[in-house]
Design a protein around this ligand. Structure first.
Ligand code: IMP
Length: 423
């Protein structure tokens, strides 16, 4: 399939990196098209250990060119350190990494404002990653953003920054923060600019040509559908469109050109940060999943909240995202459980309701309806053939397919590259 997109189907951290790693082997282009360094996963391979937040993780595939397109917000310090780590490991990124000058920049005041907003919100805070994502996207859509385009023109950058600091320093002071110095930011950004200059070029013509030539393009979605600004659990969401449609705006790919939408789904559910989570487990079982699954954030190290598989959520994600197939990850984490529950639907006051019937408060009021299945109590880690899975594990997967109505094509059975079943 020439144009494939990998979408997280829960609240992020579904194990997209592993699926991307697998699919990128045949990719000509790997593309990050939204979000920023709030996303992240650690790639471990023969070259070393790399925490990847901005550079598409498909960069490790030998022939793939990596694109960071217009929809991404860039923290240049993080980007430069990723580039340097890759170069140190022997990767020559010249002619392999292309960054759109349309990308908006995360400036120091975005990161400070992110933290100050959270402080002011107190108990009602979102639990952001603190990377300045919300404030940077807010500036983008309120015409206050500064793009790489501006940084390319020294005077333009200086003028735009001066204007923004006029506004931002007032807000910072009002919220108890310290005003920022234009000189210091300018100096820092001019050093960073020098380092990324060789990679800045609009990737749009490359993508258009690749589509025409039927080359393989792999779009790397970040986060998960329920963090989508419009369709997620607002206000406990992130600031970008996570649905596949976001690739039209973020990368300039016409919507009808996306042939394959792979929804990545963890075999249970996790969430970091605040917000409703209908199937959350507060007991020992939640703790068991957290430990077995190593559920601590890659970006912030925070322990993740854990719960049962929620078919109501995934059904919605699959429908609105147009999933053509599912990649089920971390099946092996369930190996020790005697019983496994699947939430099949929601009720409110005894009546069946759907995810989209209400907002975040509604989701704290609904009751999940569970179906209990037997666990397999056997090791599935490292299994690479569907036939070799225990019958109860197959029943679990087939129940998921029945609930969602989409084929589970990939099953990840461990952290290693080769621990994967392709059906
Ligand atoms: P922000 O994206 O840093 O503004 O954070 C907003 C919400 O999205 C918080 O609940 C974060 O924990 C969550 N979030 C953002 N990106 C990711 C991700 O890649 N994985 C999991 N949660 C994320």
């Amino acid at each position: 399939m020439p144009v494939s997109i990998v979408i997280g189907s829960q609240w992020g951290d579904e194990g997209k990196g592993k699926i991307i790693d697998y699919l990128s082997k045949s990719a000509d282009f790997v593309v990050r098209y939204h979000g920023g360094n709030n996303a992240g996963h650690t790639v471990i391979n023969e070259y070393g250990k790399f925490p990847m937040h901005l550079v598409p993780s498909g960069i490790f595939a030998k022939k793939a060119k990596a694109l960071i397109t217009a929809g991404v917000v860039l923290d240049l310090e993080v980007l430069v350190s990723e580039i340097e780590a890759l170069e140190k490991a022997g990767f020559n990124l010249k002619n392999r990494l292309f960054i759109s000058p349309r990308c908006h920049l995360i400036l120091p005041y975005h990161k400070i404002l992110d933290k100050l907003y959270e402080e002011v919100k107190g108990k009602a805070k979102t639990g952001t990653t603190g990377r300045g994502i919300g404030p940077a996207y807010a500036d983008k859509v309120s015409y206050n953003g500064i793009r790489l385009h501006d940084l390319l023109e020294r005077k333009q950058f200086s003028d735009r920054l001066a204007l923004q600091l006029k506004i931002k320093n007032k807000i910072l002071k009002a919220l108890g923060g310290r005003p920022l110095s234009q000189k210091q930011i300018e100096e820092e950004f001019l050093i960073l600019r020098k380092k990324i200059l060789p990679y800045i070029t609009e990737p749009y013509p490359k993508l258009t040509k690749a589509i025409k030539d039927k080359q393989n393009i792999l779009l790397e979605g970040a986060h998960g559908v329920f963090l989508d600004t419009d369709w997620g659990t607002y206000p406990f969401v992130t600031a970008s469109t996570i649905l596949p449609g976001g690739a039209n705006a973020g990368a300039g790919i016409p919507p009808q050109k996306i042939n394959q939408v792979i929804g990545v789904v963890k075999a249970y559910t996790t969430r970091v940060g605040a917000g409703p989570f209908p199937t959350e487990l507060f007991d020992k079982q939640g703790e068991t999943l957290r430990k077995a699954g190593g559920e601590f954030g890659t970006t912030t190290g925070r322990p993740r909240r854990c719960g049962w598989f929620d078919a109501e959520l995934i059904r919605f994600a699959a429908a609105i995202g147009g999933f053509t197939e599912i990649a089920l990850t971390k099946l092996d984490v369930l190996d020790e459980l005697k019983e496994i529950k699947i939430c099949t639907s929601y009720t409110l006051n005894g009546k069946k309701v759907s995810y989209f019937d209400g907002g975040s408060v509604f989701l704290t009021e609904i009751k999940p309806v569970y179906k209990t299945l037997n666990g397999w109590h056997e090791k599935t880690r490292g299994i690479t053939k569907y036939e070799d899975l225990p019958i109860t594990a197959k029943r679990y997967i087939e129940e998921i397919e029945k609930q969602i109505g989409v084929t589970v094509r990939y099953i990840s059975t461990g952290p290693d590259r080769k621990d994967i079943i392709v059906r």
